[in-house]
Design a protein around this ligand. Structure first.
Ligand code: AAT
Length: 282
């Protein structure tokens, strides 16, 4: 008999992983946090029974959520990451020499402590002198943030259920827009293109309460349910993927990159037809 973990995506769909060990089970005031060892993807961090990261494929999500917006901003110096307590997004951001300061605002200290103990590959960077970690609700943090002061805001959040729900609302996106400088850029994880129709329209629609332009892109994350994942950038100006800086890309430690390359910097914006239709794009 083998032990299996199954992520229940909806009542009709489960994704299963054979488990070789259960390393940690914890409960915070917000959510359950578990660490298991899986045969196929190595160590896995679960929140409320949903996959947050795995040792073997976390690079896709983190490279895509960090480098795409960082390379499309002219000079990202001050960055705030909301959520992302595992540290993977921060690790990627720190590869940009322009970035002088990263604040990670994660609601749950248990996620950060668990990542430091079990996922040094993502969390070790949290002790870098350019990083400060705040254990706080990202909604309150950005609501009270100094206006017109940030270059990039990265919303590395859980799905829109539980404490992550408020990170997908109009009010929250308005606070993000206020905290950003006029040439600032934000990105959020925007779920699988396969999900029910209205989730993407809702994200798009809510983003437009704070921003004049949005730009979705996609990548393959095998351990996020349904595989194809999306992120959406938003700004007050039209985001043109061709404006990314090749020169800055080539100065990055690209030998470490396991997913992103120059061709994908443009190709990730090519969306499948069914997703374009959901978004109301031609
Ligand atoms: N780096 C990939 C991991 C994540 S985890 C998202 C994090 O968002 C969690 O640690 C959670 O505690 C945190 N979070 C949730 N709500 C808030 C909030 N209001 N303020 C600050 N942090 C918050 C992303 C996984 C994506 C999963 C896709 N299925």
């Amino acid at each position: 008999m083998h032990l299996w973990f199954q992520e229940e995506d909806d009542s009709s769909l489960r994704f299963g992983y054979r488990v070789s060990d259960v390393l940690f089970r914890g409960q915070s005031e917000f959510q359950t946090v578990d660490v298991i060892e899986t045969e196929a993807y190595g160590r896995m961090l679960l929140i409320d029974g949903l996959v947050m990261i795995t040792e073997r494929d976390e690079f896709v999500y983190h490279e895509m959520i960090a480098h795409v917006p960082a390379l499309l901003h002219n000079k990202p110096e001050k960055v705030v990451v909301i959520g992302g307590g595992d540290g993977g997004t921060v690790r990627e951001l720190l590869k940009h020499p322009e970035i002088k300061e990263v604040v990670l605002c994660e609601i749950d200290g248990l996620v950060v402590d668990t990542a430091k103990k079990y996922f040094p590959q993502t969390a070790a960077c949290l002790s870098d002198p350019r990083v400060s970690v705040k254990i706080a609700d990202g909604i309150a943090y950005l609501k009270d943030h100094q206006p017109d002061s940030l270059d990039l805001v990265i919303i590395d959040s859980t799905d829109p259920i539980g404490p992550g729900e408020g990170l997908f609302t109009k009010d929250f996106y308005k606070s993000v827009a206020r905290a950003l400088k006029s040439d600032g850029l934000m990105v959020c994880q925007s779920e699988s293109p396969w999900y029910e129709e209205n989730i993407h329209q809702r994200i798009q629609n809510n983003l437009s309460a704070g921003f004049a332009h949005t730009k979705p892109y996609v990548g393959c994350v095998p351990t996020y349910p349904r595989g194809l994942w999306s992120w959406t950038m938003a700004a007050q100006y039209e985001i043109n993927p061709e404006n990314y800086s090749c020169e800055r890309f080539n100065k990055l430690p690209t030998e470490d990159f396991q997913y992103l390359n120059e061709a994908l910097m443009l190709a990730c914006f090519a969306l499948p037809n069914f997703f374009k239709r959901k978004l109301g794009l031609k």
